[in-house]
Unconditional design. Structure first.
Lengths: 335, 112
């Protein structure tokens, strides 16, 4: 049975939510009327919660801060968090997904829609549980294996500590939830680490995660002006959604990312220099007439494109060197 | 009992309580509306009316009052815009219009 925690400062909404969920077969629902009360319930729960339904706007501590707090717990790193709010503005949706929400329902909510979202979340929980149950039997062994073996390169490993980097499924949900109006100034973009197989082979699992996190942070930093939200999709590839439709604004982003990474002076497990460079695909404007599904399809095409059009490492190194020189000259002239 | 019947039953149970709260809110909103014309410190009043409108948005349409929900949503958005843009509230005709429209709809529902 799926254990749900619903949090809203309006008791009437909670009553309606609980009744709607119970009518759909979710009988284990607990409620809290504030983020603080929810935090107490979460901290003292003998059995962990499987799914959270959170209001965004609440007095004192809001649902976004609560989401961030929940995500910090290793127990809830992958738990479904569905936000329910009347704030359908893009800025609120962005903040919710950045904090770690996996889905979003806008008020006035339709009881059937909410239960459908929870049913989807339940499937995710069941899948997680199946993996967890199977994993329990070999947990001790797995810890040893994890230290020595990699998860496959193609798997989108979770990188929870990078602000603005979310789960790939959540990124797709985010696109599905955006209004058509928001698409006018929104683009999708993919970037990929060049020669990632070589880097993967030379790094321990922990170090490879660190490299991915460094690349993600560098990319998010370079695109901070475009309110980028990104996800790691596996195979050294990242997908991003940016608030911009003008390709010219992205001209220097690849260079900025690579210069930032270069300054980090990354090394492998034997302390040998790791040549990490990122190739960035051409951003694709979504366009106002598109649906959320079309936007998701566009993102998948961007990912495919970058996989098929990878430049050579040497080419990117030269490009970065030349770009750094041009930047330096421009700076010198400016001074 | 079917899922929709269960939800309809709950909605019918909640509606009178929502209306009682709406009557209390109407009285308070009318006080705030008057204070907004004279009070020098608008921030707490704006916060209160914004929070109240937000609560109405959450349930109004679900309980069968879609117009009330969209008028409350409009107030919430306008309050957010006014507080974040730090514009002069009193000069914002849109702001007072949105509150007046909401107060009118609340009164209409409670009279019915």
């Amino acid at each position: 049975m799926m254990k749900i925690l619903a949090v809203d400062d309006d008791e009437l909404i909670l009553e309606l939510l609980v009744e709607s969920l119970r009518a759909s077969g979710f009988s284990s629902v607990q409620t809290a009327t504030s983020a603080n009360a929810a935090a107490r319930l979460i901290s003292t729960a003998t059995e962990p919660f499987d799914c959270f339904l959170l209001d965004v706007v609440m007095p004192e501590v809001d649902g976004i801060a609560l989401t961030r707090w929940i995500r910090k717990s290793p127990l809830y790193g992958a738990a479904p968090i569905v936000m329910i709010t009347s704030m359908a503005e893009k800025a609120f949706i962005d903040r919710a997904f950045r904090a770690g929400a996996t889905d979003y329902v806008t008020k006035p909510f339709d009881a059937v829609e909410v239960t459908t979202r929870v049913q989807l979340a339940a499937r995710q929980v069941q899948a997680n549980r199946a993996v967890h149950d199977a994993g329990m039997q070999v947990q001790a062994l797995r810890a040893k294996i994890d230290a020595q073996h990699h998860t496959p390169l193609s798997e989108p490993v979770a990188l929870n500590d990078v602000e603005g980097l979310i789960d790939f499924l959540a990124l797709q949900n985010y696109l599905l939830q955006l209004s058509r109006g928001s698409f006018l100034a929104t683009s999708v973009v993919a970037l990929r680490i060049v020669d990632v197989g070589n880097i993967y082979a030379r790094c321990s699992p922990a170090l490879f995660r660190d490299v991915l996190a460094d690349v993600a942070e560098s990319a998010l930093g370079a695109m901070s002006g475009s309110q980028c939200i990104m996800a790691y999709t596996g195979n050294g590839t990242f997908a991003g959604v940016v608030a911009c439709s003008d390709r010219n604004d992205f001209e220097d982003v690849e260079l900025m990312i690579n210069l930032t990474i270069e300054r980090l002076e990354l090394v492998d497990d034997q302390q040998r220099p790791l040549e990490v460079r990122v190739a960035m695909g051409t951003p694709r404007a979504i366009g106002v007439m598109q649906s959320g599904r079309a936007a998701v399809a566009k993102m998948h095409r961007a990912i495919e494109d970058i996989s098929w059009n990878m430049p050579q490492l040497a080419t990117l190194k030269t490009k970065t060197k030349r770009g750094a020189g041009m930047l330096l000259r421009a700076l010198t002239q400016a001074i | 009992m079917l899922q929709s019947q269960t939800i309809d039953k709950k909605v019918a149970e909640i509606r009178p309580r929502f209306l009682r709260l709406l009557a209390q809110r109407l009285n308070r909103f009318e006080e705030i509306r008057d204070l907004l014309e004279t009070e020098p410190n608008l921030a707490p009043l704006l916060e209160e009316i914004g929070t109240g409108a937000h609560s109405i948005v959450g349930l109004a349409a679900t309980l069968g009052f879609p117009d009330l929900g969209s008028l409350a949503q409009n107030v919430e958005l306008v309050v957010n815009r006014v507080t974040s843009a730090e514009t002069s509230t009193r000069s914002t005709i849109e702001f007072f219009d949105s509150i007046d429209d909401l107060l009118g709809e609340m009164a209409l529902i409670l009279q019915a």
